[in-house]
Design a protein around this ligand. Structure first.
Ligand code: 3MV
Length: 149
C-alpha cells in the first residue's frame, strides 16, 4: 500500500524565490493561483519553521478540499520543504501523504522535483497522479507569476 511518485519540471523563474515561497510564504500562493489554492492559513507555530501547522483550502479533482499539513522538514541547503498531511480530504484515502518540493538551481534553468510519498488506506485507492498534476500546475503558475511580476 506504500507508494512514491516523483516528477521533475524545469522553471525559468528564480529557483531561490520559488523555494522561499514554499518555505516562508506558502500563504502567498493563493494570490498566484486562486483557482487552485483558495486559502493557506497558519494554525500553529511560525511561517517557515519545522513543526508549524498550516491549513490549505484548494480545488482538486472537481471539488473544494481541505488539507492540514505539518512542515516536517526544511533543508535550506538543498532547497527542499517536506509537507506532511495530517488532516483533510486526503486522509480519507491515504494513511500517509507527504509532499516534498525540491529545487535544483544551476544556472538559468531551475529544476523543481515533486515527490509524493504515501500509504494508501486500501488497494482500491488509485495512485495520486492527479495530485501530482495539481502540484505541477501550481508550479507552472508560480513560474509564470514570477516571470511576469
Ligand atoms: C495537499 C495539496 C496541496 C494543498 C499541496 C500544496 C503543497 C504542499 C500545493 C501548494 C501544491
Amino acid at each position: 500500500m506504500a507508494g512514491k511518485l516523483v516528477s521533475e519540471i524545469s522553471i525559468k523563474s528564480d529557483g531561490d524565490v520559488f523555494h522561499e515561497l514554499f518555505r516562508e510564504k506558502p500563504h502567498h500562493i493563493s494570490g498566484i493561483c486562486p483557482d487552485k489554492i483558495q486559502t493557506c492559513d497558519l494554525h500553529e507555530g511560525e511561517w517557515g519553521k519545522v513543526g508549524s501547522i498550516i491549513c490549505w483550502n484548494y480545488f482538486h479533482d472537481g471539488k473544494e478540499r481541505v488539507a492540514k499539513e505539518i512542515i516536517e522538514a526544511i533543508d535550506e541547503e538543498k532547497k527542499s520543504v517536506t509537507f506532511k498531511v495530517i488532516q483533510g480530504d486526503l486522509m480519507e484515502q491515504f494513511k500517509v501523504m507527504k509532499l516534498i518540493v525540491h529545487v535544483d538551481t544551476n544556472g538559468e534553468d531551475n529544476l523543481v522535483t515533486w515527490t509524493l510519498e504515501y500509504e494508501k488506506l486500501n488497494e482500491a485507492v488509485p495512485d495520486p497522479h492527479t495530485l501530482m498534476e495539481f502540484c505541477l500546475h501550481v508550479t507552472k503558475d508560480i513560474e509564470t507569476h514570477h516571470l511576469t511580476n
